[in-house]
Design a protein around this ligand. Structure first.
Ligand code: ADP
Length: 160
């Protein structure tokens, strides 16, 4: 069984993430979307909101589940018997950052491989942090987030 963890903050999930997940689906039997919770980090949306949005977007996809976690991603992988970590590469900066993490993870746990997919060129400029910036300044992010959640993302009330 090929089980992959797709880790991230998904604060909020955007169409670049969705594209990555859809393209990875044929490669794996199961994809666990892991929402990493770091107590030092400040998020725009509560983790339960981020989780329920992802569950809603992929409600028809049996291969996908969404689980939040704390601590190291490789420990989360081991806990769920996942042998792959899925990551997206948008830029060379992403590559340099991801390379070190993937190599450290490989040193810590040989059986877990990190698999990279290159971002879709028409979506590679999208990041959660820019989406958050636009939201904080009351801009329109409708074209960057999945249609199912766009109204709620634009509302203030869900924010932390
Ligand atoms: P993190 O909080 O670890 O930076 P994110 O929640 O921003 O993670 O993203 C999770 C994963 O999705 C990362 O592997 C990231 O490279 C990938 N990703 C983010 N934006 C895009 C995009 N526009 N196209 C493809 N992959 C993306």
């Amino acid at each position: 069984m090929r089980v992959a963890v797709f880790p991230g903050s998904f604060d909020p999930i955007h169409i670049g993430h969705v594209d990555m997940i859809q393209r990875a689906l044929p490669l794996f039997d199961q994809i666990i979307i892991g929402i990493g919770v770091n107590s030092q980090k400040k998020y725009l949306f509560p983790v339960e909101t981020r989780k329920s949005w992802i569950e809603e977007i992929f409600s028809n996809e049996k291969k996908i589940c969404v689980i939040k976690y704390q601590g190291l991603t490789i420990d989360f992988c081991k806990q769920h018997h996942a042998n792959f970590i899925l990551r997206g590469l948008r830029t060379s900066a992403d590559f340099e950052f991801e390379r070190a993490i993937a190599q450290m993870n490989q040193a810590l746990h040989r059986d877990i491989e990190t698999v990279f997919l290159i971002a879709n060129p028409s979506l590679s400029m999208i990041s959660s942090s820019i989406v958050r910036d636009i939201l904080l300044h009351r801009g329109d992010v409708a074209q960057f987030v999945p249609e199912e959640i766009e109204d709620r993302v634009m509302l203030n009330e869900d924010r932390e």
